[in-house]
Design a protein. Structure first.
Length: 267
């Protein structure tokens, strides 16, 4: 039995392989002791770790685990998924929207970090809480799905008011930039505020990603990370914005397990 575990800032992702069968599970990073108890039940299992909390997890478990660098593990996991999906890519960007966002360029067998942004899943949770007082992730994202950010975000077309725009009018000119124009007539709901926060995160992540894609002449941006779970709105923003900016988005099913799968495969 083999375990690949990516212990991240918010979630611990676990891939278990046994008799050629692969299963996925996840825990909150605050439940690291629970994960350690699980591993204590399988002292003979082969364990591979990665992520920011890997060393701490190692201190709690009986196995002498293999450890890999998060970026190498994630790359290996993505390559494994792409192979299995029959969607090999030669020159691409991958963007891991985790607690924070990390952006990487891949050419052939070589991966290098191309940048990042503090806008990511942690910002959705933190800003979401500040705006609405809601700390439960599923409640937050379900609420956001009902929101409308049209009266909150300022688009290019709003500034040009029917005049010919030099860039697509649907592009956001200023996230939250319309509030001072609409505040007298509009009641913003919690759902609207959350939708705008997710919009800001999604557009920031996409903008940084497509800048990297342009720099490296890549056509595809592969998006992974648990931030897309139960958050169709974020996925939609990122997908549409990537297309609007002229690149091809690609989402991998179970992509948030790339680090966990990758460290297992590197072992
Ligand atoms: P990092 O790689 O930055 O150290 P991480 O690996 O923990 O962090 P991910 O697991 O990829 O990051 O994504 C974390 C994000 O996923 C959270 O910030 C949140 O937006 C989202 N998320 C999805 N499901 C949950 C959940 N059940 N509880 C909390 N956050 C969740
Ligand atoms: Mg991570």
């Amino acid at each position: 039995m083999k375990f690949g575990i990516d212990a991240g800032g918010t979630l611990i992702k676990i891939v278990k392989e046994e008799n050629g069968e692969r299963t996925f599970s996840k825990y909150l990073s605050t439940e690291v002791e629970t994960v350690a108890e699980l591993l204590q039940q399988y002292p003979d299992a082969e364990v591979a770790l990665t992520g920011g909390k890997a060393t701490y997890l190692q201190s709690l478990i009986p196995q002498d685990a293999f450890q890999s660098i998060e970026f190498d593990a994630t790359f290996k996991g993505i390559q494994t998924f792409l192979e299995q999906l029959n969607h090999p890519l030669e020159n691409y960007i991958f963007t891991n929207v985790g607690t924070g966002t990390s952006i990487h360029h891949v050419k052939g067998e070589v991966q290098e970090r191309a940048g990042g942004t503090g806008a990511g899943g942690g910002m959705i949770q933190g800003l979401g809480y500040l705006l609405t007082g809601e700390a439960d992730y599923e409640t937050l994202t379900a609420l956001a799905a009902k929101g409308d950010r049209d009266d909150i975000d300022l688009k290019v077309k709003h500034i040009y008011k029917g005049d010919k725009t030099p860039i697509p009018g649907e592009l956001t000119a200023a996230n939250f930039g319309r509030v001072l124009h609409t505040k007298e007539t509009v009641q913003y709901t919690d759902a609207d505020k959350l939708a705008a926060a997710i919009g800001a995160v999604g557009e920031t992540v996409t903008t940084v990603s497509i800048h990297a894609a342009r720099e490296f002449g890549a056509e595809y941006v592969v998006y992974i990370g648990s931030s897309f779970l139960s958050n169709e709105l974020l996925k939609k923003v990122v997908m549409n914005y990537t297309v609007l900016r002229g690149f091809k988005p690609y989402f991998i099913e179970n992509g948030e397990y790339s680090g966990a799968l990758g460290t297992l495969k590197l072992m």
